[in-house]
Design a protein around this ligand. Structure first.
Ligand SMILES: *Cc1c(COP(=O)(O)O)cnc(C)c1O
Length: 376
């Protein structure tokens, strides 16, 4: 947690649960990614955290934006970025939404199927398109595989079809899975992409762009490599597979841009046991899966917790949210320990919660307010 966030909690004593994001950390993340991959354009994945404060900051720093809906496109435009800096990267779009994006000036679209390509050709004529290819998602704590992308053979035939339609096929994209802790995972995807480029070249279609996706991690409980290490691994892989014909590249960091910039403060509502001989206590917080911590699903993302002012021995606990839904348990299998003198009313800080929290919180499930957020 940064000194700025600690001071905010100490001085403002905001009502919990709430998220506080330090914009200086976002700026530092942007600069580190730019330094790690100086030849790649950065398209911030808006879904990770679409707060106007973040979009405005990134627009000012020169970022471009990966969006998934017309509402996200409008947020980016409102933050001061022009339409040339927007990619409509969702492969699942209504035709009327493509038309709305086109009317706003967006000229870069993703697809992974023939039907989607046809929609883009009709609703966004003349636009640039790229085809998303499937990856395994190995090594990622939050894989995005299966739902998105097509295999390389299909990508090849779709890109060739695109050439015959009223769009300009410019490249391919992939996403190696979110919270990808292994920088080497870009290698296999780039090997496939380079193959695709060579095969299409043989058919007279020259592609010029590779979208390297997101996947850059935030530091949770487990350690993660630095942005620099990702930069080195990706640059090596590009050289290995494309030789001296390295294409234009873009990256779409979401989690890696904002994850470590935020801290959620929560309050302990209840500590209890289900039986006298239970070894572990249940600790119920005022935030849970429906209040913004959806990524604790299957305990995939394991946020570090900090309790201030308690010196007791850490004891194993089960941690759960406040709603009347039995799915609202955060950590039961993962080894979480909290001080034995923890008391009802204590504050707990949940670190690295700047990404995929505010927008995952329900509007008012069980009457609980959506997660409040402060950007400082
Ligand atoms: C969600 C998403 C991203 C961001 O992924 P992170 O793992 O958060 O960096 C990037 N690109 C696309 C197409 C996405 O859907």
């Amino acid at each position: 947690m940064t000194a700025k966030i600690a001071r905010y909690f100490a001085e403002r004593r905001p009502v919990t649960p709430c998220l506080v994001v330090d914009l200086d950390v976002v700026e530092e993340n942007f600069k580190n990614l730019r330094k790690a991959l100086p030849d790649s354009a950065i398209y911030y994945a808006v879904k990770a955290n679409p707060a106007p404060e973040i979009l405005t900051l990134l627009a000012r720093l020169g970022s471009s934006f990966d969006t998934a809906s017309v509402a996200e496109i409008d947020m980016v435009l409102a933050a001061g970025a022009t339409a040339e800096r927007i990619s409509y990267g969702n492969t699942i779009k209504k035709e009327c939404d493509i038309a709305a994006a086109f009317a706003r000036g967006v000229r870069l679209y993703a697809f992974d199927s023939e039907a989607e390509l046809e929609k883009i050709a009709r609703a966004a004529p003349g636009s640039e398109v790229f085809c998303r290819i499937l990856t395994s998602g190995n090594g990622a704590d939050w894989p995005l595989s299966r739902k998105f992308g097509c295999d390389v053979a299909m990508a090849k035939s779709l890109l060739l079809k695109a050439r015959e339609m009223n769009v300009e096929p410019i490249g391919a994209s992939f996403h190696v899975g979110s919270q990808q802790r292994d920088p080497k995972q870009w290698d296999e995807a780039l090997a496939q992409t380079a193959n695709l480029f060579r095969e299409l070249e043989a058919d007279g279609l020259t592609l010029r762009m590779v979208n390297l996706g997101g996947g850059f991690p935030a530091k949770y409980k487990k350690s993660v490599p630095t942005a620099k290490q990702y930069g080195i691994a990706i640059t090596d892989a590009l050289r290995r597979h494309f030789g001296n014909r390295i294409p234009e590249t873009i990256i779409e960091p979401g989690r890696g841009m904002v994850g470590n910039a935020g801290v959620i403060q929560t309050e302990v509502v209840l500590i209890s046991k289900k039986s006298e001989n239970d070894e572990r206590s249940w600790v119920f917080l005022d935030i849970g899966k429906f209040g913004g911590l959806a990524e604790t699903m299957d305990e995939a993302i394991q946020y570090p917790l900090v309790v201030n002012g308690r010196q007791g021995t850490p004891k194993p606990v089960i941690i759960a949210g406040p709603t009347c839904d039995s799915a609202d348990v955060l950590y039961e299998k993962a080894d979480y320990r909290l001080p034995e003198d923890l008391a009802i009313g204590d504050k707990i800080e949940i670190l690295a919660t700047g990404a995929y929290t505010t927008t995952y919180s329900a509007v008012a499930f069980n009457g609980f307010e959506p997660l409040k957020a402060h950007y400082i």
